[in-house]
Design a protein around this ligand. Sequence first.
Ligand SMILES: Cc1cc2nc3c(=O)[nH]c(=O)nc-3n(C[C@H](O)[C@H](O)[C@H](O)COP(=O)(O)OP(=O)(O)OC[C@H]3O[C@@H](n4cnc5c(N)ncnc54)[C@H](O)[C@@H]3O)c2cc1C
Length: 318
Amino acid sequence: MHDFDVIIVGGGPAGAVCARELLHQGVNAAILDKADFPRLKLCAGWITPEVFKDLKCSVNDYPHGIICIKKIYFHISGIKLPLKTRQYSIRRVEFDDWLLKKSRAQVFKQRVKKIEKEKNQFIVDEKFRAKFIVGAGGTNCPVARNLFKNRADKFINRQIVALEKEFKTDYSVKECHLWFFKNRLPGYSWFVPKAGGYLNIGIGGKLDKLNRKNISINEHWNSFINRLKETGKIPDTKIRPKGYIYSLKNKSLQCHKDNAFIIGDALGLATLDMGEGIGPAVKSGILAAKAIISGKGYNPDTISKFSVPSMCMAGLKF
Ligand SMILES: Cc1cc2nc3c(=O)[nH]c(=O)nc-3n(C[C@H](O)[C@H](O)[C@H](O)COP(=O)(O)OP(=O)(O)OC[C@H]3O[C@@H](n4cnc5c(N)ncnc54)[C@H](O)[C@@H]3O)c2cc1C
């Protein structure tokens, strides 16, 4: 049996940052993740300046490719609106690996299945034991499933279904575009340039509305790709996307019970307007670590529900 003060299930941004905060304060925390890092994570990889502020580091400390996006083109009902801002684009395969290494946590490769409580300890898969457990395993987090039951109904109206593809292009792409509500999509599609000639394209929409409108996300994806090809934004080759479902911010979900905490996507913290989840994952990881250290409350409701106001503010500060 491996004994720790805190076991964190999931080594994405939420789990890695939580571990870093705990270890920094001398708390013996370990991470269990089913994947070998660096691992692929479906994501446009857009992060705000606030993420670096929360990580207490400068953009210049980031060792991998990063692009500073100074203007984003919002397309709404055929109108193109440039927004002056300051945001960043990273590749998640690099960013998450960097955060995990930065945490200095002991990481075990473990696909967590069973979590039991014995006296005051959590036992994970009969191999790991700790007084505290943190669920940072994303949408299907086993901690949330095992210890926080009856959550499914709370996700209704909050789930986003997304398709995306990240690939290397031959030409240098500079502009970042977002298309809202195109062809009655209940969400938006994106075109985000990355360092090293990579490009991330994707589409995301509210699952319940898509079901009601009877148009699948795949149909939206096909017309999106055709538009990008017709306008010469991407080459005319076959592009197979990957899909994922995650949840928007949901105040009514239980986030803390005894010594168990839920953070990041496992809790459903992405912003209501843009589906931004990396910043909220980082913030919730810090808040949970502080709650464990101080013994005081954990309140992720303090994390903002919206992204657009801070995107506009970032442009004013620039
Ligand atoms: C297509 C798409 C585009 C997005 N674009 C953006 C964007 O541009 N900007 C933004 O801010 N947000 C974006 N998001 C949201 C963002 O990706 C998530 O909110 C963010 O990754 C949440 O971080 P996390 O640490 O909570 O979870 P994750 O990053 O999902 O990490 C969870 C970890 O848990 C591990 N895990 C899962 N199950 C188990 C198990 N049983 N046992 C052990 N380990 C397990 C996984 O391997 C994974 O490493 C996007 C999401 C999607 C789907």
